[in-house]
Ligand binder design. Structure first.
Ligand code: ADP
Ligand code: MG
Length: 241
């Protein structure tokens, strides 16, 4: 198990947003998180790399309990790549510079090595010809693929995605999902919050259904989509499928 979550609670003031989540993710597993808006999906994901501090419970990443005082959070975080709905690329830096930045700053990678690795990653996401372009000249789908390359540049053990295609025009969604599928098939451990049920079915090993801060049901895509056990899951799927 590379991620283990034990009785995770998260409150914002009086509002308890996660009410005791237990789950785990194996190495190379692709876990898709689905559920209605406001159910706590983003908060759950953000707790996995302590972008939110946890109210109670435990998050263990690759053997390190993030809530232990001794743990070096920045070291653990460097192992976890995150891709958001918004791409957050540096607008005044070229595509390749966006990808090179974190390894140089955080890992002390040399400029030459960062460039070489950056080029390989841009090739991987299908943007080899865009290395000197600026983000504003790219489509949303291309920008999101740069954001994925940028996250991969840190050679993370785990990739977290929070609705990576939700802000894209429909015709650009496929190119981003294709890159994510490639990653999944290469064995990357991934936790993906998504409304793309086709992706979850095809690339997911397991699906978690969250509602009202509760992990209502989990199972293989087949179990969840074809034979959901809980009424809340059925109702949600009836709305989105
Ligand atoms: P989802 O991603 O499933 O739409 P979120 O995790 O974003 O859900 O939000 C779950 C609940 O937590 C919502 O009620 C939201 O208003 C609340 N929430 C999220 N982030 C914050 C925050 N930083 N401060 C206060 N409330 C928050
Ligand atoms: Mg969200």
């Amino acid at each position: 198990m590379i991620i283990e979550v034990k009785d995770l609670h998260k409150s914002f003031g009086q509002n308890e947003v996660l009410t005791g989540i237990d789950c785990s993710v194996d190495e190379s597993e692709v876990v898709c998180v689905i559920g209605p808006s406001g159910s706590g999906k983003s908060t759950f994901l953000r707790c996995l790399n302590l972008l939110e501090d946890v109210t109670s419970g435990e998050v263990i990443i690759d053997g390190d309990s993030l809530t232990d005082r001794g743990v070096k959070i920045d070291d653990v975080r460097a192992e976890i790549g995150m891709v958001f709905q918004q791409f957050n690329l540096f607008p005044h830096k070229s595509v390749i510079e966006n990808v090179m930045l974190a390894p140089m700053k955080v890992r002390g990678t040399s400029r030459a090595e960062a460039r070489e690795k950056g080029r390989a990653l841009l090739k991987k996401v299908g943007l080899a010809d865009k290395e000197n372009a600026y983000p504003s000249s790219l489509s949303g789908g291309q920008q999101q693929r740069v954001a994925i390359a940028r996250a991969l540049a840190m050679e993370p053990k785990i990739m977290l995605f929070d609705e990576p295609t939700s802000s894209l025009d429909p015709e650009l969604v496929g190119e981003v999902l294709a890159v994510m599928k490639d990653l999944a098939y290469e064995g990357m451990t991934m936790v993906v919050v998504t409304h793309e049920m086709g992706f979850a079915r095809e690339a997911g090993d397991r699906v978690l259904f969250l509602d009202g801060g509760v992990l209502v049901e989990e199972g293989t895509p087949q179990q969840i989509f074809d034979n959901p056990q809980e009424q809340r899951t059925q109702e949600f799927l009836n709305k989105v499928l």
